[in-house]
Design a protein around this ligand. Structure first.
Ligand SMILES: C[S@@+](CC[C@H](N)C(=O)[O-])C[C@H]1O[C@@H](n2cnc3c(N)ncnc32)[C@H](O)[C@@H]1O
Length: 468
């Protein structure tokens, strides 16, 4: 079946709805066809890229009819860059589809009784909402078909994003609508400076080249952190780049660099050098300050993070005398946000550096009723831990996309806290975990929150209470 179907074109397929992961679905010969780059209401010819016994996957090759719900994408990089794949759908519909995703996953996987899924909390900003972007320098600029066919000689140096599924091809970005502040200027002017100076852009296949990666982080308090990764140790040129950024952009409050000669771009295990300014930036929420170092995680949409935390706080409904566990606490943002309303908050997180940040964040805010532990949740949250700490009245859990390890879910059932607030960035794994928690808990409230407009991603907060 798969060989025969591959590359076959299915004609006049009506796209019915959006499924998970942003793919749309239609039906052909009784089979589901998942299609990328289309919108519900489109009628298209689809080239099949994958054929299985129960479903097919494909991409559009010809549009017979465009959906009336389509809008003109605002970004010139749309369609090539993997970033904002839903720009062709208006924002109200995006929100409906996201809420529908939660509903679908809960009905399909959780199989527990759920109350009405509340209307999604939309993001006020639908552009320039990210506080962190990560750009890659490359000597393998991605060229369009027209550019290749033109046989012109193109400069192949680029600074931008990875093309989906092509690890060595980078789309050169002129303007990105995801991050505001000086983000676009810093990227474009650094690239122009590097080209003028003839610095080498990274060659990922051969693992050589001076300029490797650029990270820009911004805050609602107007601070900016810029981190440049160099693929080679070349003190003179590194100094030139740092001087250029410092002089051209006095708005940069934290300028750092790192020399990374490893096979990958992660720098958690490397030393970062502060070239000028402070080694961190500061975010603020209800008068609380959060220090964000170059290795610290912070929710990437700061304004919506505040909305998300308010939902979690609302669901937790603390009176002041509760013991709260904040599982997967990251840099302790939720723990510190709730500390004033609780007797004690205990945060647990895998990344030791994040736990150090969480402690600093308690300290600089004069918060004394938090405790933080670093380690794998399934190892830390054990019988000893329970013996040595007060039993929780409320558990907040905010796991990564993979959801909670089954051992952790079993521990939650064993702890049987009266209330669990489950924050998730993946309703499918959340639904899976809820199916298990259903043994003791019932779902009271479901509140989707949109943190990432123009994408299919949805955050979802669920309130669980012990069954009577
Ligand atoms: C979605 S983030 C939550 C961040 C935090 N609640 C916030 O709002 O800033 C998930 C966190 O879980 C941590 N994590 C992932 N796997 C883990 C594990 N097995 N044990 C403990 N923490 C883990 C990650 O390092 C990350 O900080």
């Amino acid at each position: 079946m798969s060989r025969k179907m591959k590359n076959k074109v299915v004609t006049n397929l009506t796209i019915e709805r959006i499924a998970s992961e942003g793919k749309c679905v239609g039906h052909h010969d009784g089979k589901v066809v998942f299609v990328t780059g289309v919108a519900p209401g489109d009628v298209v010819d689809v080239r099949i890229t994958k054929g299985k016994s129960s479903f097919m996957e494909g991409e559009p090759v010809h549009f017979h009819q465009y959906s009336k719900d389509r809008i003109e994408p605002f970004c010139p990089h749309f369609g090539t860059c993997g970033g904002c794949k839903w720009q062709h759908i208006n924002y109200d519909l995006q929100k409906n589809y996201k809420r529908q995703q939660v509903l679908d996953q809960f009905q399909r996987i959780a199989k527990v009784e759920i109350p009405e899924v509340l209307p999604i909390l939309g993001s006020e900003k639908t552009r320039y909402y990210r506080n962190k972007l990560d750009f890659t320098f490359s000597n393998k600029k991605w060229l369009t078909l027209e550019q290749i066919r033109s046989e012109e000689d193109f400069d192949r140096n680029a600074l931008g994003f990875h093309i989906p599924k092509m690890f060595d091809k980078i789309i050169d970005i002129d303007h990105c609508y995801l991050q505001g502040g000086i983000s676009n200027e810093v990227r474009n002017e650094l690239r122009a400076f590097a080209l003028e100076k003839n610095y080498s852009f990274y060659d990922i296949r051969n693992q050589v080249g001076l300029l490797r990666n650029l990270i820009i982080r911004t805050t609602t308090t107007n601070q900016t952190m810029v981190i440049v990764q160099f693929g080679e140790s070349d003190p003179e040129r590194i100094q030139e780049v740092m001087e250029f950024l410092k002089n051209r952009f006095p708005e940069i409050t934290s300028l750092l660099y790192v020399i990374n000669t490893k096979g990958n771009e992660t720098f958690h295990d490397l030393e970062l050098i502060t070239s000028s300014g402070l080694p961190y930036i500061e975010e603020e929420m209800e008068g609380l300050k959060f220090q964000i170092g170059p290795k610290s995680f912070y929710q990437t949409n700061s304004e919506q993070a505040y909305e998300l935390y308010k939902v979690a706080r609302d669901f937790a409904d603390l009176k002041g005398d509760e013991i709260v566990y904040d599982l997967y606490t990251g840099t302790g943002t939720i723990a510190n946000f709730l500390a004033k309303q609780a007797k004690q908050v205990i945060g647990v997180e895998y990344v030791a550096a994040a736990i150090e940040d969480a402690k600093v964040n308690s300290q600089i805010n004069g918060i004394e009723n938090t405790l933080f532990y670093a380690g794998d949740m399934k190892d830390i949250l054990n019988e000893d831990f329970i013996q040595n700490h007060a039993a929780p009245d409320v558990i907040i859990t905010d796991p990564p996309r993979a959801g909670m390890d089954e051992k952790v879910v079993q521990m939650l059932l064993r702890l049987a806290a009266p209330k669990v607030v489950y924050v998730s960035c993946n309703p499918a794994t959340q639904a899976r975990d809820l199916a298990l928690l259903g043994e003791k808990y019932q779902v009271q409230k479901v509140q989707p929150v949109d943190m990432f407009p123009q994408t299919y991603h949805v955050e979802n907060v669920v309130l669980l209470t012990l069954k009577k």
